[in-house]
Design a binder for this molecule. Structure first.
Ligand SMILES: [Zn+2]
Length: 394
């Protein structure tokens, strides 16, 4: 009974109009997840796992490692070659994982429990990324990175702790990865879930209880502040798995914008917590999308501009990794093409980060070192169902 009432309510809600924000100039935001998240360590870690029986290379995320200071510099250089109609370069909303596994402490107690290492304190045992934290900070000072919060573990800690306690095959699988300096490879073990979402619980209990989410997000905000000497103003939940409790915790901790995954042409809108909800609508993911091409991205961008919706590009950090793959150089070349095409086709283009968009919605203008820019903000009702139809039509 409860379940069918819930379904009916959800279906009704899709027709219920919500007030969205539309704009009369082409706006472009770049959102990027997973910065600071350690994956496969290096060539030695790769060989270690291969000799332990892992046939790595089946999917791009097998080669997910971690950016280097050079990777950040290469991204910074390409973004600095571009500018919008006010002379401002594109700025990447970079969502950071502010912790990793403390593999040294975990090894010391036989990999029987999880210990966390703040990113501000460096990388796990065996990892080397000279100058990486400094490179992040320089990119922020340069206005090329606008740091935001992704989370601490990315996986659901409760799910992993349950498997460690059960001490079966799954625990052994995790320990084999940990011995090679790799926290996890999600597609090979989707049961680890996402930070606020435990996939093997009954459907209505998958999101972690509000109090646990609140505590974890509070801890993440503290670690973020230590890392960057500022509090995060925007957040994106790992795996896009956020519910009303996540949004409530973010809002209480001073976060103003919530990032959502792609698939619709939903305009920015305010939720009941006062958070500005943003939805990605152009997927720029060349290393993981076999059908990727710049023309498709331009087509998706045109659909957004035609409706007065900001282009919000999704581009994960994996595309800028170079140490175990050639992802970075291809991405940089394609991104260069994409930005050039946008600038050529739209002489009144504006590059913004989430904070600018929030300011624009609140005040009708946004300010930065380059300019104070006014844009007409149009408030218009839409229903969820309309944004789905638009997405299908493109
Ligand atoms: Zn992520």
């Amino acid at each position: 009974m409860l379940s069918s009432a819930r379904k009916l309510w959800r279906r009704g809600r899709d027709f219920f109009p919500v007030e969205g924000f539309y704009f009369d100039r082409p706006l472009v935001v770049l959102q990027s997840d997973d910065w600071g998240r350690a994956g496969l360590r290096d060539q030695e870690g790769l060989e270690h796992l291969r000799s332990a029986g892992f046939a790595l290379g089946g999917r791009p995320y097998d080669l997910y490692t971690l950016e280097t200071a050079d990777d950040v510099a290469a991204l910074q250089a390409v973004l600095n070659r571009h500018c919008d109609s006010t002379g401002r370069p594109p700025c990447l909303e970079a969502n950071f994982m502010v912790g990793n596994l403390d593999l040294a402490r975990m090894e010391a107690d036989g990999f029987h429990q999880i210990h966390l290492l703040p990113l501000a304190a460096g990388l796990p045992q065996g990892w080397h990324r000279a100058g990486l934290l400094q490179a992040y900070r320089e990119a922020i000072d340069d206005g090329i990175f606008h740091p935001a919060l992704h989370g601490i573990t990315h996986f659901c800690r409760a799910a992993v702790e349950r498997e460690l306690l059960a001490d079966g095959e799954r625990a052994e699988f995790l320990r084999a990865l940990w011995r090679a300096g790799t926290p996890y490879i999600h597609w090979r073990m989707p049961w680890i879930g996402f930070e606020y979402w435990d996939p093997e619980q009954p459907v209505v209990e998958r999101f972690l209880p509000a109090a646990i989410q609140q505590e974890s997000i509070g801890q993440a905000v503290g670690l973020f502040s230590k890392l960057f000497s500022m509090v995060p103003k925007s957040a994106c939940a790992p795996g896009y798995r956020a519910n009303d409790d996540t949004h409530s915790a973010w809002a209480r901790l001073g976060i103003g914008t919530a990032q959502n995954g792609p698939g619709t042409l939903t305009p920015p809108h305010l939720d009941r917590h006062g958070l500005l909800q943003l939805y990605r609508n152009v997927e720029f993911e060349p290393a993981t999308d076999p059908s990727f091409c710049v023309e498709n991205c331009m087509g998706q961008a045109d659909s957004c501009f035609a409706r007065g919706v900001p282009v919000i590009v999704s581009i994960h950090s994996i595309h800028f990794h170079s140490s175990l793959s050639g992802f970075r150089d291809r991405t940089i070349a394609l991104l260069d093409q994409f930005l050039s095409a946008l600038e050529a086709r739209h002489p009144d283009l504006l590059y913004l980060h989430d904070g600018d968009l929030q300011q624009l919605v609140e005040k009708g203008f946004f300010e930065n070192v380059h300019a104070t820019t006014r844009v007409n903000v149009i408030r218009k009702k839409y229903s969820k169902r309309q944004t789905r139809q638009h997405a299908k039509a493109k």
